[in-house]
Design a protein around this ligand. Structure first.
Ligand SMILES: NC(=O)c1ccc[n+]([C@@H]2O[C@H](COP(=O)([O-])OP(=O)(O)OC[C@H]3O[C@@H](n4cnc5c(N)ncnc54)[C@H](O)[C@@H]3O)[C@@H](O)[C@H]2O)c1
Length: 257
């Protein structure tokens, strides 16, 4: 069977763990080379080792433009091209607005939204030159529905969807397709931290939050990192060739409710 990303080169940010690691793994199974780009350099090396020779670890802070440019240059140097960027790195912090320190607001906007701009800007020259490319932005259902205590995260993810649409319009003429993915609740470090912080801020037990989260989706369960990776494979592959500027839910149906 032909592999769907044979010979393609992908940069996946936040790929040392969780959803990003699952995306990088699946891309490599499908024949891609993947840059495992993460602020945790040791974890990035571990994740790359687990994949093998197709993966290259890079330590970077996605909010630092010099780091981002260095990572893109290293990927071009090693592989000669960049076909796919997955803007996946993210953080979640929970607070009611009335109590939220400005630094928390800025940190959440920086990692989830501004970094998506910085990384996209950095790969575009290579993609424009090649007259092809795929940018995959990992947003969230928090970018489609509001959630108390998650205003910064929700604003950032709403911004990612708006950025996706505007960039898709800008680069369509270069044959660069830009799509977003909106996962629902997935048990990763970020997901679990969000649930713990949510329980603390609301002053309720974690069991109460987990019961609410678990029953929120019409499909009646939490999602998995592999389910998100399968959507990320679709939007990066030739199977998706007439879709740009979309934001696909992988959420068990939550956005409908
Ligand atoms: N888990 C969920 O329930 C859920 C739901 C919707 C959307 N998402 C989104 O999916 C994406 C991945 O989240 P996850 O759940 O896999 O989280 P995770 O915490 O398991 O992984 C996030 C990765 O991003 C890296 N990272 C954080 N800040 C960084 C920075 N400044 N520079 C580089 N790397 C950085 C972390 O080191 C980590 O490896 C995020 O954008 C998140 O908002 C997650």
């Amino acid at each position: 069977m032909t592999r769907r990303l044979e010979g393609r080169v992908a940069i996946v940010t936040g790929a040392a763990a969780g959803i990003g690691a699952a995306i990088a793994r699946l891309y490599c199974v499908e024949g891609a080379y993947a840059v495992i780009a993460d602020i945790d350099g040791t974890a990035a090396e571990r994740a790359a080792d687990a994949i093998g020779a197709q993966a290259m670890p890079m330590q970077l802070d996605v909010t630092n433009e010099a780091d981002v440019q260095r990572t893109v240059a290293a990927a071009r140097e090693r592989f000669g091209r960049i076909d796919i960027l997955v803007n996946n790195a993210g953080i979640m912090r929970k607070s009611y607005v009335v109590d939220m320190p400005e630094a928390m607001w800025r940190a959440v906007l920086d990692v989830n939204l501004t970094a998506t701009f910085l990384c996209s800007k950095a790969v575009l020259p290579a993609m424009i030159e090649a007259k092809r490319g795929r940018i995959v932005n990992i947003a969230s259902i928090a970018g489609k529905v509001g959630e108390p205590t998650a205003s910064a995260y929700s604003a950032a993810k709403w911004g990612v969807i708006g950025f996706t649409r505007s960039l898709a319009l800008e680069v369509a003429r270069h044959n660069i397709l830009v799509n977003a993915i909106c996962p629902g609740p997935i048990p990763t470090a970020l997901g679990e931290q969000g649930w713990r912080e949510g329980a603390l801020v609301e002053g309720v037990g974690l069991d109460k939050v987990m019961a609410r989260v678990g029953s929120r989706a019409p499909l009646g369960r939490l999602g998995t990192v592999e389910q998100v990776a399968k959507m990320a494979l679709f939007v990066a592959s030739d199977d998706c060739d007439f879709t740009t500027g979309s934001a696909f839910n992988v959420d068990g149906g939550i956005v409908m409710t």
